[in-house]
Design a protein around this ligand. Structure first.
Ligand code: ATP
Ligand code: MG
Length: 567
C-alpha cells in the first residue's frame, strides 16, 4: 500500500518563519520577496544564494519576487551591469515576470516621503560637511554631538530641501538627515543621511534629479511600496534593522515589511567583493567579468557550470545565521554530479603522443562505435574511425614506470578504448632525445565487443585517429587565488595563483568536437568536463575545462572491467 507523502519540515529558519507567518495569517497570507542588486558590477556566486532564496521561496510558497535594481548612486552604476544582471538571474532559472523595478522608479515617492519627515520635524538640512558629520557622529563608546543646524524650523528645512533639489547648492554643501537621536547606542540611528547632492546624470532619470536618496532610506521605502513581506538580506544589515523600522514607524506607508537577516555565502579561494572583482578586471588580471576563473555567474556560465548545479550547490549550503566559508570542492561536486548525468562522452588527447601500429595494413581503417553516455542509452552512440596512425595522451606512456602503472610501457600492453589491445614495441626519439613516436603492434583478436575481446589487460586508455582528429585549444583553469582566504594578510592581490590558467594549443580531439556549439559541455573520457567557449569558441575550437573528474577513478575501473569482458 502506498504510504502517505511525508510532510517535511521547512528546510531553514527563514522558511520556518514564512510558514509560521502564513499559518498565523500575517501579511494577509501573502508572500512577496525581492532581490535588490546594485548595478555596479556583475553578479557573483554569493548573489546566487540570495537569488535562489528570494525567488526560491516565492516559487515554493506561491508568492512573488521582484527583481529590483537599487540604482541610487549614479556615479558607480551603469546600464551594462543592468543587462548582465537580468541575463544572469534568468540564466539561473528565475522569472520576475512583470516585477522588474528600480529604486529610481520611486524617486518622486521617496521625495514626497522626505517632505513628510521634514514636515513632522523628523528630518533637517545639514550644512556640516562630510568630515564634520563624521566627527560629530561619535564612536561605539561615545555618543555623537548634535549639528548646529539640527534645530532649524520645518519651514526653513522645506525651503532648503527644495533649493537642494533645484540645484542651488554644490555637491557636499549640504545633506538631508533624519532627526533621530545623536546619543543612540546604535550609530545607524545617529541622524543618518537621507539625501545627498550628486550633480551627475542618472542612467534612467537623466538630469531630472540632482539629489539622490541613500541606500537604507531608499531600500526600506521601496520594500514598503512593493508590498514586500519578507525583506531577506545579509547579516551586515542586522544593525540597520532599527533604522529600517524607524522609517516604517514614522512614515505613512501602504505596507509594513519585515527584515530578516541571513549569513553571506563565502567561498574558499575566492573573493566576492564587487570592488575587488572590478579591480581584477580593470587591472587586467582576468579577461573581463566573464573570465571563466571569476566567481561571477557570467564567468561560471562561460566555464560551463550548469545553472542547475549552482542551484543544487546553494541548496546544499543552506540558509543560516552563522558565518562560514564553503570549500570549493562542494561547488565543484555539484557541477560534477550534474554533468556526470547530463554530459555526453567524447575522446581527446591534451598532450598528444603519436602511435603507429606497424602491423596494421596501410590505408585500412575500421569504424568503432562508442556509447555517448555509459549510463544512459538514450544518448545513443557515435562512430569513430580507427587506423594505423593514432595519438594517445603523453601521460599514458612511461618509459620506466612504477609497479602499479597500468597504462602503456615498453613491451607492455594496453587496450585502446572501444578498439584493440596494443603492445609497445619501440620508442622513436627526435634529435634532442625526446620521445616523438611509439611503434606498436595491435592484436587483431581483441577488438572490443568481438569474440576475442575477453582477453584482459589492466589498462584502457583513450586515443584519437590521426587522419581525422581536429586541432583544438584547451584552457585548463585552476583557482584564481593560491590561498584559501585571499584577504588574509592584507592585500588579496598578493595571493593570486600564478598558474590559474594553462593554455594547451597542440591538443587533438575526435572530429565531433567541431560540431559542439559554443556553451555546450561534454566529458572528455578520463580527462574532465569541457565546454566550448562562448566567446573565443564562436569562431575557433576553444574549450574551457569546466571541472576535473577527480573522483572518477572507481567508476573507471568498473568501466575497464566491463570493457575487457566485451561490454
Ligand atoms: P558590495 O560587494 O558592493 O558590498 P553586494 O555584494 O552587497 O555589494 P548588492 O548588489 O548590494 O551587492 O547585493 C544584492 C543582494 O545580494 C543583497 O541583498 C545582498 O545582501 C546579497 N548578497 C550579496 N553578496 C552576498 C553573499 N556573498 N551571500 C549572500 N547574499 C549576498
Ligand atoms: Mg550591498
Amino acid at each position: 500500500m502506498p504510504s502517505e507523502p511525508s510532510v517535511s519540515a521547512p528546510r531553514d529558519f527563514i522558511r520556518q518563519r514564512i510558514v509560521a507567518d502564513r499559518d498565523s495569517g500575517a501579511h494577509g497570507g501573502r508572500l512577496v520577496t525581492r532581490f535588490p542588486p546594485e548595478p555596479n558590477g556583475y553578479l557573483h556566486i554569493g548573489h546566487a544564494k540570495s537569488i535562489c532564496l528570494n525567488f526560491g521561496v516565492a516559487e515554493e510558497f506561491d508568492g512573488q519576487c521582484f527583481l529590483r535594481f537599487d540604482d541610487t548612486n549614479p556615479v558607480r552604476e551603469d546600464e551594462t551591469f543592468v543587462h548582465a544582471i537580468r541575463k544572469d538571474v534568468a540564466w539561473l532559472g528565475f522569472d520576475w515576470q512583470d516585477r522588474l523595478t528600480h529604486a529610481s522608479d520611486y524617486f518622486p515617492r521617496l521625495h514626497a516621503c522626505a517632505l513628510e519627515l521634514i514636515g513632522k520635524g523628523l528630518a533637517y538640512v545639514d550644512h556640516l560637511n562630510a568630515d564634520e558629520i563624521r566627527a560629530h557622529r561619535g564612536t561605539l563608546t561615545e555618543p555623537g554631538r548634535e549639528s548646529p543646524y539640527r534645530n532649524r524650523s520645518v519651514e526653513e528645512n522645506l525651503t532648503l530641501f527644495e533649493r537642494m533639489r533645484a540645484g542651488e547648492f554644490a555637491e557636499g554643501e549640504c545633506v538631508l538627515r533624519a532627526r533621530i537621536d545623536m546619543a543612540a547606542p546604535n550609530i545607524n540611528l545617529r541622524d543618518p543621511t537621507l539625501y545627498r547632492i550628486r550633480k551627475v546624470a542618472h542612467q534612467r532619470t537623466g538630469e531630472q534629479w540632482c539629489i539622490y536618496p541613500m541606500y537604507d532610506y531608499a531600500h526600506t521605502l521601496s520594500d514598503a511600496f512593493e508590498g514586500i513581506t519578507h525583506s531577506l538580506c545579509t547579516l551586515e544589515f542586522e544593525d540597520h534593522r532599527p533604522l529600517y523600522e524607524w522609517f516604517l514607524d514614522n512614515l505613512s506607508l501602504p505596507h509594513r515589511p519585515q527584515q530578516i537577516e541571513f549569513s553571506r555565502l563565502n567561498l574558499a579561494f575566492t573573493v566576492t567583493s564587487k570592488r575587488k572583482l572590478a579591480q581584477l578586471v580593470s587591472l587586467g588580471i582576468v579577461n573581463g567579468w566573464d573570465d571563466p576563473r571569476m566567481p561571477t555567474l557570467a564567468g561560471m556560465r562561460r566555464r560551463g557550470y550548469p545553472p542547475a548545479a549552482l542551484r543544487d550547490f546553494v541548496g546544499r549550503v543552506g540558509v543560516t545565521k552563522k558565518e562560514n566559508t564553503i570549500e570549493m570542492g562542494v561547488l565543484e561536486n555539484s557541477v560534477r554530479e550534474y554533468l556526470n548525468v547530463h554530459a555526453q562522452r567524447r575522446l581527446a588527447v591534451l598532450r598528444p603522443l603519436k602511435v603507429v601500429l606497424t602491423n596494421w595494413p596501410e590505408g585500412h581503417t575500421e569504424q568503432v562505435s562508442l556509447p555517448n553516455h555509459p549510463g544512459d542509452d538514450s544518448h545513443g552512440e557515435r562512430t569513430l574511425t580507427f587506423g594505423r596512425e593514432l595519438y594517445i595522451e603523453a601521460d599514458d606512456f612511461m618509459e620506466n614506470p612504477p609497479g602499479k602503472f597500468h597504462r602503456l610501457r615498453p613491451g607492455g600492453e594496453v587496450r585502446l578504448r572501444g578498439a584493440y589491445i596494443i603492445r609497445c614495441d619501440e620508442i622513436v626519439r627526435d634529435g634532442s632525445g625526446e620521445i616523438s613516436e611509439l611503434r606498436c603492434s595491435y592484436d587483431p583478436d581483441t577488438r572490443s565487443g568481438g569474440s576475442g575481446a575477453a582477453r584482459k589487460v589492466k589498462g584502457t586508455i583513450h586515443w584519437v585517429h590521426g587522419a581525422d582528429a581536429v586541432a583544438v585549444e584547451f584552457r585548463l583553469y585552476d583557482r584564481l587565488f593560491a590561498t584559501a582566504d585571499p584577504d588574509r594578510g592584507g592585500d588579496y592581490l598578493e595571493n593570486l595563483n600564478p598558474e590559474s590558467l594553462l593554455t594547451l594549443t597542440t591538443s587533438l580531439a575526435e572530429p565531433s568536437l567541431a560540431e559542439l556549439a559554443p556553451g555546450e559541455t561534454i566529458q572528455l573520457e578520463r580527462t574532465g568536463y569541457f565546454t566550448r567557449d562562448s566567446v573565443d569558441g564562436a569562431t575557433a575550437l576553444v574549450f574551457n575545462r569546466t571541472v576535473t573528474l577527480r573522483d572518477s577513478w572507481a567508476k573507471l575501473e568498473a568501466q575497464q572491467l566491463s570493457e575487457a569482458t566485451g561490454r
